[in-house]
Design a protein around this ligand. Structure first.
Ligand SMILES: [Fe+2]
Length: 213
C-alpha cells in the first residue's frame, strides 16, 4: 500500500468539508445573513430584570434620542476643538477636547444601558443624524462666539430630552435608567454648559476698571 504524504493545509480543508479556507482563517458567513436583521431597531428582547417589556421599550426610545444628541454633541465638540482660534485658542482647544471625551463616555454609557434593557442602541452616524434634535452646523467655520453659542444651544436641546426622560423613567419605575440620566447625563451636561457659558461673558482680557473709576 502506497503511503501518501499529507500536504500542508490538507487537514484544514477537511475541517471545512473540502471548501477552500481563506488564508486568514476566517469563514465568511452566507451572503443572505448580511443585511438580514435578527432584531429590528425599536424592538426589545427579554431581559430578566423585573421590568415590563413596555417600560423597557419606552426607556429605550427615550435613551436613543438622548444618545443621538450626545453623539452629535461629541462630534460638534471635536469640530470646534479643531476650528477654534483667537487669543484663548489654547485654553478652548483643550477644554472642548475634554468635553468631547466626556460626551463620548456618556454615549457609551447610554448605549450600553439600552442594550441592558434589551434594545438596540443607535450607532451608525447616518442613523444618528435622523434621530437628533440638534441642527447641522455649517461645514465651514463660524466666529468663536457663534461656535460657543452653537454648543450651548445643542446642550439645551439635549438637556430638554434628558429632563423629559428623567420624568418618564421615574413614572415607569426604571430606576437604573433614571439614575444614569440624573447622575451622569444631566450633571455632565450642566457642567459643560457652565464652562462654555462663562466664555461668552463680555469681559476684556485686561481689567478695564482703572484706579479712580
Ligand atoms: Fe485634538
Amino acid at each position: 500500500m502506497a503511503i501518501t504524504k499529507s500536504r500542508p493545509g490538507a487537514s484544514a480543508a477537511a475541517a471545512t468539508n473540502g471548501k477552500k479556507k481563506p488564508s486568514n482563517g476566517t469563514v465568511r458567513p452566507p451572503d443572505k445573513e448580511l443585511g438580514t436583521e435578527i432584531q429590528r431597531f425599536g424592538d426589545v428582547i427579554d431581559r430578566p430584570i423585573k421590568l415590563d417589556e413596555d417600560e423597557r421599550s419606552k426607556s429605550c426610545d427615550i435613551m436613543n434620542g438622548v444618545l443621538a444628541d450626545t453623539q452629535i454633541l461629541y462630534a460638534l465638540y471635536k469640530k470646534h476643538h479643531w476650528l477654534m482660534r483667537g487669543h484663548t485658542f489654547y485654553q478652548l482647544h483643550l477644554l472642548l477636547d475634554k468635553h468631547a471625551e466626556e460626551q463620548q463616555q456618556l454615549a457609551d454609557d447610554l448605549a450600553e444601558r439600552i442594550q441592558k434593557l434589551g434594545g438596540i442602541a443607535v450607532g451608525d452616524p447616518r442613523h444618528v443624524a435622523e434621530l437628533t434634535d440638534i441642527p447641522r452646523p455649517p461645514d465651514g467655520a463660524e466666529s468663536v462666539p457663534a461656535m460657543l453659542q452653537r454648543l450651548l444651544d445643542a446642550h439645551e436641546l439635549t438637556i430638554a430630552r434628558v429632563r423629559d426622560g428623567i420624568e418618564k423613567t421615574d413614572d415607569g419605575d426604571d430606576q437604573g435608567t433614571n439614575d444614569l440620566l440624573v447622575s451622569q447625563v444631566l450633571r455632565t451636561n450642566e457642567t459643560h454648559v457652565w464652562y462654555i457659558a462663562e466664555h461668552l461673558v463680555d469681559t476684556p482680557v485686561v481689567d478695564g476698571m482703572a484706579a479712580g473709576d
